[in-house]
Design a protein. Structure first.
Length: 191
């Protein structure tokens, strides 16, 4: 060997913890002193310091050692969350939150989170009560009523009250059609 081993970037994990950084600095100092002292004695010091550093990295967790003794990042555990797990966590969270509510709020929460009400709400929200349809309906009703009011006031017509409902229904239908054609064109439903 020409000289003592150098610390590789895999052996010192930058920013892992203060203890690991101190140990890495200690290892560097021992390497420097090993270069000054005899070859055999220096290699032993470096090997001892390396083992001690690896022990600290192992205690820190999140690192595994390769066959060469170099720590690597632990592999991320990737798993698919099932529908059953989602339901279980949802029910646990709902129960925990409801336990912290007042009795009237808890009763109301149980009613609106019952399976029948949730399914009905989801179905209506995905078909009839589309956000774009409601927005276009409201905007159309506002513009149409504003125009009808100005025209009626100017020419002396009296409004019956159905104008706003009719304008909203027309705008809502237009909004549904716009949303339908947008989904057909892009293939992405609105959120």
């Amino acid at each position: 060997m020409n000289g003592p081993e150098r610390i590789t970037s895999h052996e010192v994990k930058v920013g892992s913890s203060e203890a690991a950084e101190k140990q890495a600095e200690k290892l560097r100092k021992l390497e420097a002193s090993a270069e000054k002292s005899g070859e055999h004695n220096g290699e032993k010091l470096v090997a001892d310091a390396r083992k001690e550093t690896e022990g600290i990295f192992a205690k820190e967790g999140g690192s595994e050692h390769r066959s060469g003794g170099e720590p690597t990042a632990s592999p991320a555990v990737i798993r698919k969350i099932t529908k059953r797990e989602k339901q279980r966590v949802y029910k646990q969270t709902l129960t925990r939150v409801q336990s912290e509510m007042s009795p009237p709020a808890r009763t109301f929460s149980r009613v609106i989170h019952s399976p029948i009400v949730e399914k009905t709400s989801d179905t209506i929200g995905n078909t009839v009560a589309r956000p774009n349809a409601l927005l276009v309906g409201g905007f159309t009703a506002f513009i149409a009523i504003s125009i009808m009011y100005v025209v009626g006031r100017t020419y002396g017509y009296q409004l019956s009250g159905f104008e706003m409902i009719g304008a909203y229904i027309i705008g809502w239908v237009v909004g549904l059609l716009v949303d339908y054609f947008r989904v057909m064109a892009t293939g992405k439903p609105s959120s």
